[in-house]
Ligand binder design. Structure first.
Ligand code: ZN
Length: 427
């Protein structure tokens, strides 16, 4: 039993197929991300709630009375996960033009970007930083079925020091502007954690070091102290929330790990001691190693500050080298891209960078499935195609285990048993 719901959203028109009962997808090939094996002629069966009930060989498992979606010419994978997005942000918004964008306008951008991201095969995202809790509103709108988008785990405003990367330093003194996530000192930072949790944050984002796109600071410089980071991590964990720390700088990376923070974002200038600490503490490292290309090549056009482009030129290659070193040393790595710094929907372009810099395609795919699911605290719900998980499934032509670039052209996306797009060839 299927019915087609036509819904028009922004510039995109979707034909959404809703399963009114149990359903199934038949895959010519399927990447088993846990074993690393490529399985052939598989079926994934799910119930009316969009939860997987069984997977296995099509010859044995196909339930009576169910006509599966035919993906027999395609390769299936679990829906992908990006743990570092700015879904309500557009590339031009980091420069002065961004000052004219309201939080409500950001939320509308978010609705457009969420649809693009989902259609690109990313069925789950973690959003790290959004003004006005626009990401909370977007998450809730998606969960209510008002707009299409991935499953979202959101931080609301990022915590940061006065004048730091997560403050806004574009305006002079007389405007008296401070970003809403600014909090100085351990107790003010604890209060800010409580505040963002109050207004709907699933996790805490904190800016530990300086950054690339902010005015007047340096990525390598520490901003929050170890004492402040420890207070933030303790308060967040007490309230059942994980913490993601923006940290480019060597010292801030170590401070974040020692503070008990769950993931280090960017990780650009991590050294051997930092890698060892991450391994000891089980901290995930997230390296956004695609967007360097976009910032350096397109940053001027999108209105980035000249200092931002200069900072990226110094940092990009080091970050890629350190990504390779961290991976080869056995640190835990999750797939996060900084989408929003580059256009949303291009998230999968990072896979080939990860392979270029030392990973096998399967490692990169695991970073965006099993590892990302573990980092966001959802290992039993997303990141693999197993009973009890959401029926979040994508398909591509070709073999992503030999050519990871095929993930840039996803032909089929299903989220929770609902088909979002299907451009796959069928027999
Ligand atoms: Zn970011």
């Amino acid at each position: 039993m299927m019915r087609i719901l036509g819904s028009c959203f922004c510039v995109f028109c979707f034909a959404v197929v809703v399963f009114a009962g149990p359903g199934a997808v038949r895959c010519g090939k399927l990447v088993d991300v846990r074993s690393g094996n490529m399985l052939v002629d598989q079926v994934v069966v799910f119930d009316e709630k969009g939860i997987i009930t069984a997977t296995g060989a099509a010859s044995q498992l196909l339930p009576a009375g169910v006509t599966p979606v035919d993906l027999s010419e395609s390769t299936c994978l679990p829906g992908l996960i990006d743990v570092h997005t700015h879904i309500t942000m557009e590339p031009y918004m980091s420069g002065y033009e961004g000052l004219g964008v309201s939080y409500t306008r950001e939320a509308i951008y978010g609705a457009k970007n969420a649809a693009q991201t989902l259609r690109a095969g990313f069925t789950t995202i973690r959003n790290v930083g959004a003004g006005g809790f626009s990401d909370v509103a977007l998450r809730d709108g998606i969960n209510a079925g008002d707009v299409p988008g991935p499953r979202m785990f959101v931080s609301g405003p990022a915590l940061g020091i006065t004048g730091g990367h997560c403050d806004n330093n574009l305006l002079p003194f007389e405007f008296h502007y401070t970003e809403e996530g600014v909090a100085d000192g351990p107790w003010a930072a604890r209060a800010k954690v409580r505040e963002v949790v109050k207004y709907g944050a699933d996790l805490i984002k904190v800016c530990a070091s300086g950054g690339v796109l902010s005015k007047g600071d340096q990525p390598g410089t520490a901003q929050y102290t170890l004492e402040e980071l420890t207070a933030i991590a303790q308060e967040a964990h007490k309230l059942g929330r994980k913490v993601a720390a923006h940290a480019h700088g060597t010292q801030s990376i170590k401070d974040a790990i020692r503070a008990g923070i769950d993931s280090v974002e960017h990780s650009s200038l991590i050294d051997d001691e930092g890698i060892e600490l991450a391994k000891q503490h089980g901290t995930y490292l997230v390296f956004d190693i695609y967007n360097d290309d976009f910032i350096v090549n397109k940053g001027e056009k999108t209105g980035l500050l000249p200092e931002s482009i200069e900072k990226e030129k110094k940092l990009g290659r080091l970050q890629r080298e350190n990504f390779r070193r961290a991976f080869q040393s056995g640190a835990k790595i999750a797939f996060g891209t900084d989408a929003g710094v580059y256009p949303h929907g291009d998230n999968a372009k990072q896979f080939s960078k990860m392979v270029e810099w030392g990973m096998k395609p399967l490692d990169a795919i695991r970073a965006a499935t099993l590892s990302a699911a573990d980092l966001i605290g959802q290992p039993d719900k997303v990141g693999s195609l197993e009973p009890g998980h959401y029926a979040d499934l994508i398909a591509v032509s070709g073999d992503p285990l030999s050519d990871v670039k095929v993930l840039e052209s996803v032909s089929f996306v299903m989220k929770g048993g609902t088909v979002i797009r299907n451009d796959s060839p069928s027999k």
